[in-house]
Write a protein that binds this ligand. Structure first.
Ligand code: GDP
Ligand code: MN
Length: 403
């Protein structure tokens, strides 16, 4: 689960990580109030207005309706509501949102932290993630902060510092010092960075996060180290014990079909293709998507109905797939291991009858216990459903259905 930047920063702050201070607002008037409060608490007289969406690249992104960027500077109090109005309610398109963009419902009004001083402010990159291959956490850092880190990783892999942390031992003080040293820091900035990395790691572990990305981490002109941006991905499987964080879920940021599927206990991911599929088991679902591609189609979704598929889950699956207007055919691929094929076949027929007229052809491939019996039920149902037992047969039927 992802959370917004303002929520992520509050989380970091609660662990002692220094952040660029800010207050969230959902109207231009609210943004002005926020700026006044910030002025009182931090003394800042310049403000950064930042669109709150679950996607990065906001600084370079553009709001369709107004041409405003997703992150803008306001150099006076009066300018804050004007700049906020250019972002709020608009559709922000960034390299991470896709062409359709994302509607902005909230802005974060933050203090300007790039003020001039003894030295130039400098941007760094810092992330913590799970390295599944090594079974450990990894801190990644770079002096090339603020920019597209994928590009840095590709063109200058030597500029990415990596420090692996054994989760059983935790972050050792020497490791935080090593990263700060490799970033070329010294004096107070070095000490600040060590503190920053240490509290950031505590926040990562304490919140059961799967990914933290702070880009940029800023060294201010007076050698403070703070988080200007914060992208936090939480481990969904740990949300049961992170009740406060689970509350931060913003359904408006998620695909509505995925939200609905979640309510029915279905594991659904929306894709852009024309063949809907419903499968029991994630591995078989992946193989089925490959098969759809081989037959000349494109999968419209990933859908794992789980081991105990029955008429109710099949019906919920149908309803979700059918809401996608791109779907030209539906392929149901079920392996009858725990669940018997005749039961699935009856479930399909029942669900079909409940929903009524399904406008696209359905191919049901059943294999395993009572597969023949299942195929017979499908074929004798009199519905616009065809059965298949082999994968090859199913692929050919899908091909015929979409061409
Ligand atoms: P992203 O584009 O979605 O990654 O959003 P960021 O939070 O990283 O902000 C984008 C850019 O805005 C940063 O890289 C900075 O260059 C700029 N920015 C952020 N905060 C400030 C600030 O306090 N003052 C100034 N002048 N620029 C800022
Ligand atoms: Mn950023």
């Amino acid at each position: 689960m992802n959370i917004h930047e303002y929520q992520a920063k509050e989380l970091l702050k609660s662990y002692g990580v220094r952040i660029q201070e800010g207050i969230v607002a959902d109207s231009p008037e609210g943004a002005l109030e926020a700026a006044k409060k910030l002025n009182a608490s931090t003394g800042t007289s310049w403000y950064v207005i930042k669109a709150q969406i679950h996607a990065g690249g906001r600084g370079k992104g553009m709001v369709n309706e107004t041409g405003s960027r997703g992150v803008v500077l306001a150099k006076s109090l009066e300018d804050v509501p004007v700049k906020a109005a250019g972002i709020l309610g608009g559709t922000l398109v960034t390299i991470q949102t896709g062409a359709e963009g994302k509607k902005v419902n909230k802005v974060l009004v933050a203090e300007d932290v790039y003020y001039p001083g003894a030295s130039e402010p400098k941007e760094y990159y810092l992330s913590i993630l799970l390295d599944r291959g090594r079974g450990s956490n990894v801190i990644m850092a770079s002096t090339e902060g603020g920019m597209d880190i994928e590009e840095v990783a590709e063109k200058h892999p030597e500029k990415i510092i990596k420090e692996w942390i054994d989760p059983k031992v935790g972050l050792q003080p020497f490791q935080a010092r090593k990263v700060a040293f490799k970033l070329g820091l010294e004096g107070n900035a070095f000490k600040e960075m060590v503190k920053f990395i240490t509290s950031l790691y505590n926040a990562y572990v304490g919140s059961d996060a799967a990914q933290f990305e702070i880009n940029p981490v800023l060294k201010t002109s007076d050698d403070k180290i703070l988080a200007v941006d914060a992208k936090v991905g939480l481990d969904d499987n740990a949300l049961y014990r992170q009740k406060a964080l689970a509350e931060l879920r913003d359904i408006a940021e998620e695909d509505p079909l995925e939200v609905e599927a979640g309510k029915s206990g279905l594991n659904y991911v929306k894709l852009d293709g024309n063949v809907g599929c419903m499968v029991n088991g994630a591995g078989l679902a992946m193989a089925t998507m490959d098969m759809i591609k081989l037959s000349g189609g494109e999968p419209a979704n990933f859908l794992d109905v789980g081991g105990g598929a029955n008429a109710v889950t099949v019906e919920a699956g149908f309803r979700i797939i059918l809401q996608d207007p791109n779907v030209k055919a539906i392929l149901i691929n079920v392996f009858g291991g725990i669940v018997r094929c005749d039961r699935i076949a009856n479930g399909v027929v029942e669900a079909y009858k409940t929903i009524g007229n399904i406008p696209v052809p359905i191919i049901v491939r059943l294999q395993g216990t009572n597969a023949e019996e299942g195929a017979r039920i499908i074929d004798e149902s009199g519905l616009k459903v065809s059965s298949a037992i082999t994968l090859k047969d199913a692929a050919e039927k899908v091909k015929a259905a979409i061409s």
